[in-house]
Write a protein that binds this ligand. Structure first.
Ligand SMILES: Cc1cc2nc3c(=O)[nH]c(=O)nc-3n(C[C@H](O)[C@H](O)[C@H](O)COP(=O)(O)OP(=O)(O)OC[C@H]3O[C@@H](n4cnc5c(N)ncnc54)[C@H](O)[C@@H]3O)c2cc1C
Length: 481
């Protein structure tokens, strides 16, 4: 039997259910990837993300080649390409791991129908999450809308099922399955229509495993404190790897729990706090699966965040936010980190999102789209879930009246301004006293800091206290509901 393994957001060999199943059931295996041309052309994702994906594919192709398998690829409309490949290669079966984005579900349904009509067997597997939406439900089988309830059920399920990690197909086993198809080098980033960007986080399964090892050997045991400080390496920086499946979430949970038996200081609380974040990831995946309307608009309509049609003002504010020129250093550092690296620290993501929605009164979906285009971990479920959380329209969101004060957040989480100075170099010489609110510097202080406000660095685009009041006044009716 000849099987195609259709790789999508599972670009790894370890704990890869579709690949393992194909190697068990088929005498011949063809690993396959489709560059989704309509998606590439839509520019929903930006260069950072596409560069990262291409890097992961190079790593995958090389790991497969070590096992005698050749990654085949096509470029085009995925449904047509997979059906054509199955026909040309006379495949008996196609294997893939499930994806829960509405667009992907629709695509996979069509592929499955077309393959069934052609007499090709389809086998799909759970991979992107530890538990799929229907595996973690409320007492009456309802999808859960509260993270705390979801988390409790998730853990019960974990201990009931004790999920195991699958081994990589052995080299000798994989070699027996190889089909002699001509290898072809992957397209370059320019051929895909995107600019080259040196990936800020090393792509590929090998790097993902190395990064996970580094994290569970040390920083995870101070995660509760470290994760909030953008100037230090306090979080795992694994989100792009989870996004492209270069790391198995199940494997990551096991690695975190195993770290509790390491020699040296360990912290159970910190390890569990980190796993909580992986559970948030799954929570948002199940929200998307159960309530796909969230991609189009708010999860709940009981709170509508006030936003105004500013006309040219709105565009100016939005541009200042995108470029990191709002005059609020922590917001500007975050946006510039995103623009330069394709990644932004989680605490700062929350601050910039709150600022866009509640200080600039701009709709959260504009921010959501901007993040999708610039993040290398851009993921519909996580991005949408978090934006809705910040906009107070999501499942269990931040209350509508809670508004982050950017200067206070900055003082608390970047006390000496190290993070700000890294991404906003014009503030490099500003004193610790002034770094969070540089517009308050006296003329002499500006000379000393070699930074003239209004010339080298902007005045704040809005006054936070006034903007806050305006948001609350405009939103009063909604907040009271
Ligand atoms: C407005 C906004 C938009 C976001 N958009 C995305 C996105 O498109 N893709 C994305 O992966 N994350 C997104 N996040 C969540 C979070 O910021 C990133 O997952 C995190 O910063 C990744 O860094 P890390 O790997 O060091 O995380 P760690 O703190 O080490 O956490 C481990 C893993 O848990 C998951 N995780 C952590 N926090 C969250 C969270 N709040 N929601 C869901 N999963 C989480 C990630 O997979 C992460 O890699 C967003 C957060 C906000 C506030």
């Amino acid at each position: 039997m000849r099987g195609i393994v259709w790789f999508r957001r599972d670009l790894r060999l370890h704990d890869q259910p579709a690949l393992i199943a194909a190697c068990e059931a088929c005498s011949e295996v063809i690993p396959f990837f489709v560059f989704d041309e309509p998606l590439l052309q839509s520019r929903v994702f930006g260069s950072a993300c596409v560069n990262f994906m291409l890097g992961c594919l190079h790593d995958l192709a090389s790991s497969l080649a070590d096992r005698g398998l050749t990654l085949q690829w096509r470029r085009g409309e995925p449904v047509e390409e997979i059906v054509r490949a199955a026909r040309e290669w006379k495949a008996d079966a196609v294997y893939w791991n499930r994806d829960y984005e509405p667009r992907a579900i629709e695509r996979d349904r069509t592929v499955a129908q077309r393959l069934a009509q052609a007499g090709v067997v389809v086998r799909t597997f759970k991979d992107h999450v530890v538990f799929e939406a229907e595996e973690v439900r409320g007492v009456t089988g309802e999808p859960l809308q509260r993270y705390s309830a979801y988390r409790a059920r998730w853990w019960s399920k974990w201990y009931a099922v004790k999920p195991t990690v699958h081994a990589v197909p052995s080299s000798s086993r994989a070699r027996e399955k190889a089909v002699p198809l001509p290898p072809s080098s992957l397209p370059t980033i320019n051929e895909l229509g995107y600019d080259h960007l040196a990936p800020w986080i090393e792509p590929g399964e090998r790097s993902a495993r190395k990064q996970l090892r580094w994290f569970v050997d040390g920083p995870i045991h101070q995660y509760g404190h470290g994760r909030n400080l953008p100037a230090i390496e306090g979080s795992a920086k694994l989100s792009p790897h989870f996004r492209f499946g270069t790391l198995s979430p199940k494997g990551a949970v096991h690695a975190a729990l195993d770290s509790l038996s390491h020699k040296g200081p360990v912290s159970r609380t910190d390890v569990l706090t980190w796993i909580d974040e992986l559970i948030w990831r799954e929570f948002f995946q199940q929200v998307l699966a159960a309530f796909p309307h969230v991609v189009e608009g708010p999860f709940r309509h009981t709170f509508v965040p006030p936003s105004r049609d500013f006309g040219p003002e709105r565009d100016r504010f939005f541009q200042a936010w995108c470029d990191g020129n709002t005059g609020y250093p922590i917001v500007d550092a975050g946006m510039r980190q995103l623009n330069q690296t394709g990644w932004m620290h989680n605490r700062v993501r929350m601050i910039v999102a709150s600022f866009l929605i509640k200080d600039l009164l701009i709709d959260w979906q504009s921010g959501e789209r901007y993040f999708m285009r610039h993040l290398l971990d851009a993921d519909v479920a996580a991005n949408n879930g978090n934006w809705q959380w910040c906009a107070s329209t999501g499942t269990d969101s931040m209350p509508g009246y809670r508004i982050f004060n950017p200067a206070l957040q900055s003082k608390k989480f970047d006390p000496d301004g190290a993070y700000i100075r890294r991404y906003v170099p014009e503030l490099a010489h500003v004193s610790v006293k002034n770094i969070h609110e540089p517009h308050l510097m006296t003329a002499d202080e500006q000379v000393l800091a070699r930074c003239r406000i209004g010339a080298d660095y902007p005045f704040p685009v809005v006054d936070h206290q006034q903007a806050r009041q305006e948001y609350l006044n405009l939103g009063k009716r909604e907040v009271m509901r």
